[in-house]
Design a protein around this ligand. Structure first.
Ligand SMILES: C[S@@+](CC[C@H](N)C(=O)[O-])C[C@H]1O[C@@H](n2cnc3c(N)ncnc32)[C@H](O)[C@@H]1O
Length: 265
């Protein structure tokens, strides 16, 4: 099997447990949709939509929304979320590296902490820009490498097997210089913003335990270490808690992130 397909199949398994974290990404979804400027009647694609927090937020404004994600368990929850909110959304199981849409099909292409997990950034961004209309808006939220989530990804990666050559670390999407490069000459009016996600937690260890159960590749990594090397797992847990402690205050973990918005030429 193609190593990138194997990589994505493993991602799909890890993300299947993400639903409890929708409570944390929900407020950020409102910020992204607002910052992008979505209005009634716009055609919106929410890439790596997970349980549909961005999709539902946009649909409640009257946009015509398509939500696409790799993970069927999350799309099931997304359908339920749309039903509860009373909105119609076109849900698709699929891969951001191979979007099943025609060129220039959408006014907006959005991604909240999503497309960054595609192994090949240049393929993912190529597809996102391909399906966007000229003059349309691309907007996404991403984790900077030097802040908590970026550092946590780097820590977790140091405990995992090396990914196939060519797989880019997700937090590079949180570096404005790299984002500019990846968007390239296809866009104009690139705008960056910082925003804060406050994650309630009783202690850094509570935050870590929640991540171990729900956060993508960490779910698998912890299960594997539990079986193969419990001492190494304990070391990881101590390092995670120390890192999380640096960002922990008033029973919140502060996770600052980058928002990018640009217009396709
Ligand atoms: C951190 S979750 C974010 C979900 C949602 N956007 C939110 O803000 O709650 C990351 C999502 O990326 C999805 N994902 C990872 N790789 C993907 C790919 N290659 N194509 C589409 N979705 C992908 C996962 O299934 C998961 O739903």
């Amino acid at each position: 099997m193609d190593p990138f397909e194997t990589f994505k199949a493993a991602q799909k398994q890890g993300w299947a447990h993400f639903t409890p974290f929708e409570a944390i990404t929900t407020p950020c979804a409102a910020k992204l949709v607002k910052r992008a400027g979505v209005r009634a009647g716009h055609r919106v694609l929410d890439v790596a939509c997970g349980t549909g927090v961005v999709s539902v937020t946009a649909a409640r404004l009257g946009a015509r929304v398509t939500g696409l994600d790799l993970t069927p368990e999350l799309l099931e929850r997304a359908r339920e979320n749309a039903r509860i909110a009373g909105v119609e959304i076109d849900w698709r199981e699929g891969d951001v590296e191979k979007l099943p849409f025609e060129d220039a099909a959408f006014d907006f292409v959005l991604s909240e902490f999503g497309h960054i997990f595609a192994p090949r950034p240049e393929v993912a961004i190529g597809e996102m820009l391909r399906v966007l209309k000229p003059g349309g808006t691309i907007a996404f939220s991403t984790w900077p490498p030097e802040l908590f989530v970026g550092r946590m990804f780097a820590l977790s990666a140091s405990y995992m097997p090396t990914p196939p050559p060519g797989v880019a670390p997700p937090p590079l999407w949180g570096d404005p210089n790299i984002v500019r490069q990846r968007l390239g000459a296809a866009v104009k009016d690139v705008l960056f913003d910082r925003a804060t996600m406050l994650v309630p937690a009783l202690s850094p260890s509570h935050h870590r335990r929640a991540s171990e159960k729900s956060a993508g590749s960490m779910v698998r990594m912890v299960a594997e270490l539990e079986a193969s090397d419990p001492a190494k797992l304990e070391k990881f847990r101590r390092e995670y808690d120390a890192l999380a402690g640096e960002y922990f205050e008033d029973n919140y973990l502060r996770q600052d992130y980058l928002m990018t918005r640009a217009r396709k030429i």
